[in-house]
Design a protein around this ligand. Structure first.
Ligand code: ARG
Length: 260
């Protein structure tokens, strides 16, 4: 009987070891070879970041989606989108459940230790959103206040390191902005272009303060040391820049912004 138990335990252990890991990459193939064989490439993002990535019904839209489509097109494959929490996107890359991240991801030294960042495709900054009647006029006024941020973002990091404030993490910006409008928090710190989109939609209720808090650039992110994939992404970005298409893509989402 003891022997049987032991055999069963060994069988169970073997079964566990042979479980698929969710990683579809054969070690002898490069990412690009594997993608071409699969016929699709997967990007990870957090579609709570209009105009870079957001949903209209079930459709994904935005600047990063358009750039990602160009990457898929360059490889002659279909684009799949993994929409996860922003704080989980880089983990998707490490797990091998996506080939790249396009999420308005700002270059950051700590992030760059574990993943590779493409050439920049957009310049951004963190800004402050407050209610229209708020007395908060600059970053100095934020001390002692309740500030909503999206978890895991450079905005959250900035607030935690530079302000004596109560920093409240949200999984989605849209929830932070609703709490702001409802008077539960005093400000939201987030990226400039998405902040502008929230103001466009709630112009009678909230306003954006003028002074930028940081200077950042967005990159597409690939797995650490995946040089072939990084080169391909950089090639696509370079082509989009030199053809003027990148600017066209951005302008497409700018509409009401120009009329500000
Ligand atoms: N640029 C900021 C960062 O890199 C925020 C990005 C948030 N992106 C998103 N898709 N929700 O941390």
């Amino acid at each position: 009987m003891k022997k049987l138990t032991k055999i069963l335990a060994i069988i169970a252990a073997m079964a566990l070891l042979s479980l698929p890991t969710g990683c579809k990459k054969d070690s002898d193939k490069t990412t690009i070879e594997q993608v071409k064989e699969n016929g699709y490439i997967t990007m990870a993002t957090n579609a709570d970041f209009e105009p870079f990535e957001y949903k209209d019904g079930t459709e994904f839209l935005g600047i990063d989606i358009d750039i990602s489509k160009k990457i898929a097109e360059k490889l002659g494959v279909e684009l799949k989108i993994n929409d996860v929490a922003f704080s989980a996107v880089l983990q998707e890359l490490a797990n091998g459940t996506c080939e790249f991240v396009a999420a308005g991801m700002s270059y950051d030294e700590t992030r760059a230790k574990n993943a590779d960042f493409s050439d920049p495709y957009f310049s951004a900054s963190q800004v402050i959103l407050v209610n229209s009647d708020s007395s908060i006029a600059s970053a100095d006024d934020l001390n002692g206040k309740k500030i909503g941020v999206q978890e895991g973002t450079t905005g959250a990091d900035y607030c935690e390191k530079n302000l004596e404030a109560e920093v409240i993490p949200f999984s989605k910006h849209v929830d932070a902005v609703s709490d702001l409008i409802a008077g539960q928090i005093d400000a939201v710190v987030l990226d400039d272009f998405p902040a502008t989109k929230f103001v466009e939609k709630n112009a009678d209720k909230i306003k954006k303060l003028d002074t930028p808090l940081t200077e950042e650039t967005y990159s597409i992110v690939v797995a650490k040391d995946d040089k072939e994939m990084l080169n391909l992404v950089n090639e696509v970005i370079a082509e989009l820049k030199s053809s003027g298409e990148l600017q066209e893509i951005i302008d497409n989402y700018q509409d009401a912004l120009g009329a500000e």
